[in-house]
Design a binder for this molecule. Structure first.
Ligand code: ADP
Ligand code: MG
Length: 697
């Protein structure tokens, strides 16, 4: 069973990691917490899920009494509450600062202490109260407890102003941090607000507004100018411009008219369209896009996992250093300056929270994934942003990926007594059941040429499609082969060696060679640019791998600037080539389009499928989906991924470096607690702001 909750008042990213770990210790529970989207995803696999769920809820309260779980759909309530909380907090901190200033001017000692105590109380009561509650949990590395100990300690040794300042800065820093995280979350959310919540269902007379979930396949809907297309469908009536930028990232207008497919999420431009719905809400393009991006932010990248592991060691180590610092140096100096070192140790506690680290990485990935989605590149998880960024080898499929996949016949050669018509007819019959792009083109060309004589599938039996080879079938009682040279070799049929510019399909029936058809498809306009952009990104290994024959592959490769060509491959040989490279330690991206490519998409480090949700199998097997047909988007995806990854790395290295530096400064007495607070909240805030850069172009 899967459950999803919204988390409220989760204190910091470090807490999220710790809570997730606690929940995962419950038997039968797999928990995933995303601090950025404030989401808890639970997979419960026990005999009594309800009981386990209660156990989870208790564990959450035990971890931190302040955390609340909300069901999905109650987000508005939650947001409202958090906003109110923020206002209260601002008031508290203002009061605290005013009292602090007042206290500075008061000479009478006992009154001064009382006013400072009030000031401290106002800024810290929730943290201290939280810490007391959490002590029961024996969670000594809890951020609230660390901050409380540090500030109360400072207060006790007479450092009133520092104690108050720590709490005020800490609180204000957290407010800023939350606002920044919320901003980025809302930004990404608004990028994905491409769903029209209702459809105007047309019942033959009038339109009725109906929620999408209750619109069935086959329903007729009206889409008014300016409205978004709510569900995928086919135009029945009307001609209009569609703005498809929200789903493909291209700012190109597309004209649609009756018989054309419309995808949900695009905006109807000029005139009314009547559309027949072809997909339910859950299967429509928009839902798939939103699902993919939302789930993407939950699967964690290696860097992210490293950081949460690191943070688990970081806190205890700094904590240990603090204890050493408090006791060891005073021993050597005869216990004279105990309070000096006690103070430094307390400062260490402030720096010991790993939050800056923990939040900065997922937030960078989150922003990057959102920005990529905006340009029509859907990434299924942070891991793949990482693999894209590290990719040093990109292998392209040829047909349908670098070429359009729409074939024209450039020549038909009939051997001996056979005729061109006969050959084309056999080919059309053989391709009748195939979904390959070659098949679609042959069928189309045949239908155009012989509208009087459509294919009669009653004459086709024993049909087999051999991926990367062609078709075997019994047609008009003869055993027919249509495919490449390898297919004919397999059946030991002699055929001429033809070197033509294009793909050669040989045709034979009952072991008699009939002739061949040369078909050509165009190279996509964008392919050459795509390869150039990739080499500009310093990707050294760019290769073409195809099931087509060598000369036709080389022709394409030469034109677009690829040096490495692997031709005549069966699907499993394509897989071998990828495996060879990954075994050598390369990070391989495979770019493909069709059913034949699914194994290669799956085995590569990052499988990129092109052309949107064309073939489900390809989308399923791939890690990145490019919504358009443009190979240049591969370079764009890699570029954005590199940027995102770089930001994540900057955040990690930057925050570790600053923290270490400040620890050293504190340890040697060059700095006070306020710098410690900067190392904690200030650095988080910097990291958060840096992450937001991943959202920019
Ligand atoms: P690519 O790797 O370029 O996408 P495929 O692996 O899909 O190409 O196909 C490789 C070759 O196998 C084609 O060039 C063609 O010669 C042959 N072939 C594959 N499917 C068919 C088919 N349905 N009909 C005829 N030939 C086919
Ligand atoms: Mg292909």
């Amino acid at each position: 069973m899967e459950y999803k909750f919204k988390l409220s008042k989760i204190h910091c990213a470090g807490c999220a990691v710790a809570l997730e770990q606690n929940l995962n210790e419950i038997e039968g529970v797999k928990a995933e917490i995303s601090f950025v989207s404030k989401q808890l995803r639970l997979f419960i696999d026990t005999e009594n899920p309800a009981e386990t769920l209660t156990a989870v809820k208790i564990a959450v309260t035990n971890f931190d009494h302040a955390i609340e779980l909300y069901d999905y759909g109650d987000e508005d309530k939650l947001e409202e509450k958090e906003k109110n909380q923020r206002i209260i907090n601002v008031c508290r901190y203002s009061f605290s600062v005013i009292a602090l200033i007042l206290g500075l001017f008061i000479e009478i000692m006992w009154l001064k202490v009382i006013i400072f105590a009030l000031s401290y109380g106002a800024s810290s009561y929730d943290v201290v109260w939280g810490a007391i509650q959490n002590i029961r949990n024996k969670n000594i590395f809890d951020e609230k407890l660390l901050m409380s100990v540090a500030s109360i300690g400072a207060f006790a040794i007479g450092e009133f102003i520092e104690a108050i300042f720590v709490m005020v800065l800490y609180g204000i820093g957290q407010i800023f941090e939350n606002v920044a995280v919320d901003k980025s979350r809302n930004r990404v959310k608004s990028l994905l607000e491409i769903k029209q919540p209702y459809a105007n269902v047309f019942d033959g007379e009038t339109d009725i507004q109906v929620p999408l979930a209750s619109v069935g396949v086959g329903a007729l809907i009206h889409i008014k100018p300016g409205e978004r297309v709510p569900l995928d469908g086919i135009v029945v009536e009307g001609t209009s411009y569609l703005d498809v930028s929200a789903i493909t990232g291209e700012s190109r207008e597309k004209v649609v008219t009756s018989g054309d497919e419309v995808l949900s999420g695009s905006i109807n431009g000029s005139s009314l369209l009547l559309v027949k719905v072809t997909k339910l809400e859950k299967d429509s393009t928009v839902s798939k896009i939103i699902d993919m991006v939302q789930n993407a932010t939950e699967s964690k990248a290696k860097t992210e996992k490293f950081v949460s592991k690191f943070s688990r060691f970081y806190t205890p180590i700094v904590f240990g250093l603090a204890i050493i610092l408090a006791f060891v140096p005073p021993i050597f100096s005869g216990y004279k300056n105990f309070s000096v070192f006690a103070y430094r140790a307390l400062c260490f506690l402030v720096v010991s929270c790993p939050c800056a680290l923990v939040i900065s990485v997922p937030l960078a990935f989150f922003a990057g994934i959102g920005s990529m989605a905006r340009s029509g590149v859907l990434v299924k998880g942070a891991t793949f942003v990482e693999s894209l960024a590290k990719a040093d080898s990109v292998i392209f499929d040829k047909t349908g990926t670098l070429t359009t996949g729409v074939f024209e016949i450039s020549e038909i050669y009939a051997a001996k007594e056979h005729t061109e018509d006969e050959i084309l007819e056999l080919a059309a019959y053989a391709e009748n059941f195939s979904n390959h792009k070659i098949a679609k083109s042959i069928k189309k060309l045949y239908n155009e040429k012989r509208p009087d004589k459509p294919v009669n599938s009653a004459w086709i039996s024993d049909y087999t499609e051999l991926a990367g080879l062609g078709i075997e079938a019994t047609i008009f009682g003869q055993s027919v082969l249509v495919g490449n040279g390898e297919l004919l070799k397999k059946h030991q049929i002699n055929f001429p060696n033809v070197q033509k510019a294009g793909t050669v399909l040989h045709i034979s029936a009952d072991e008699d060679y009939y002739g061949y058809i040369v078909i050509c498809d165009e190279i996509k306009k964008d392919s050459k640019l795509g390869i150039k952009l990739l080499s500009q990104l310093k990707i050294r290994n760019i290769a073409l791998s195809t099931g087509d024959e060598l000369n036709s592959a080389v022709l394409v490769a030469d034109k677009i600037g690829i040096d490495e060509v692997h031709a005549g491959l069966l699907p499993d040989q394509k897989v071998e080539i990828i495996k060879n490279q990954t075994e050598k330690g390369k990070t391989v991206a495979f770019v493909g389009d069709g059913i034949n490519d699914a194994p290669s998409l799956a085995v590569s480090n990052v499988g990129i499928s092109m052309g949107g949700f064309g073939t489900d199998v390809a989308v399923e097997a791939s890690d990145v989906v490019i919504m358009t047909d443009e190979p240049s988007k591969v370079a764009l995806a890699i570029k954005k991924a590199k940027k995102t990854y770089k930001i994540a790395k900057q955040n990690i290295i930057g925050s570790i470096a600053i923290k270490l530096l400040i620890l050293a400064l504190i340890g040697f007495g060059f700095s006070g607690m306020w710098l410690g607070v900067f190392a904690d909240v200030g650095v988080s805030l910097l990291a958060v702001l840096n992450s937001l850069r991943a959202m920019l172009k």
